[in-house]
Design a protein around this ligand. Structure first.
Ligand SMILES: [Zn+2]
Length: 219
């Protein structure tokens, strides 16, 4: 459509917009509305499915503003593309929907601080921080310290899961002192996520299911 639109003459001052120009504009608006609708459907589908399967969600406290900050110099184009995709997936909305849906069933969402944890630069196995992993062109991470190798996004989620379940080596076991907070303000605890998970599961009517992990991480 954008291509077609460029071929049509935009109305100038004092000139009536052509019928073809109006038509192409209507078509463009229609398509945009369709994309928005599809995205909304997808967001609801994904969050409903996660909320159905898990009582506890773990996610990052996102700062979309920061994530989509304009890049300068090298990598500018790539960053622009990334910004577009971040905004088009709608992370903030996903987090909001997921939190709402998990809480609806008496569950809980844990938010981990991205800036302290640096989940995408931390090795899930030995906890070493690798600044070079911040370069998003590295899609596959091999830890120079311990040799652990994992796909970037999987590694990130692994960190979130490890932190939430007190299994990340080198990090303390107090989620509060790490700067994590939960979706329910009355849930103040310094204990482990495992205890919390057990407590929560007793509350919910879900059958004990050894195969389902108590928490899921959304990175
Ligand atoms: Zn390592």
């Amino acid at each position: 459509v954008a291509k077609l639109k460029r071929r049509k003459r935009a109305p100038r001052k004092g000139v009536k917009a052509s019928r073809r120009w109006k038509k192409i504009n209507r078509l463009e608006a229609k398509l945009q509305a369709k994309v928005a609708r599809q995205r909304k459907d997808w967001q609801h589908k994904v969050t409903s499915e996660i909320a159905r399967r898990y009582d506890i969600g773990v996610t990052e406290k996102l700062n979309v503003k920061n994530m989509t900050r304009k890049a300068k110099g090298k990598g500018k184009k790539r960053k622009a593309g990334l910004n577009k995709s971040i905004l088009s997936v709608g992370f903030a909305t996903l987090n909001r929907l997921l939190t709402y849906k998990i809480e609806q069933k008496g569950g809980l969402v844990l938010f981990l601080p991205t800036q302290t944890l640096k989940p995408s630069q931390r090795c899930p196995k030995c906890d070493a921080i690798h600044k070079e992993w911040a370069d998003l062109s590295n899609r596959y991470h091999v830890c120079p310290a311990c040799g652990f190798a994992i796909e970037r996004d999987r590694g990130t989620v692994m960190i979130l899961y490890n932190v939430a379940t007190n299994q990340q080596p080198g990090l303390g076991t107090s989620l509060v002192s790490l700067g994590c907070f939960s979706s329910t303000s009355e849930t103040r605890y310094t204990g482990s996520m495992k205890q919390l998970g057990q407590r929560k599961r007793q509350k919910s009517r879900r059958k004990a299911d050894g195969e389902t992990p108590p928490a899921c991480a959304v990175g």
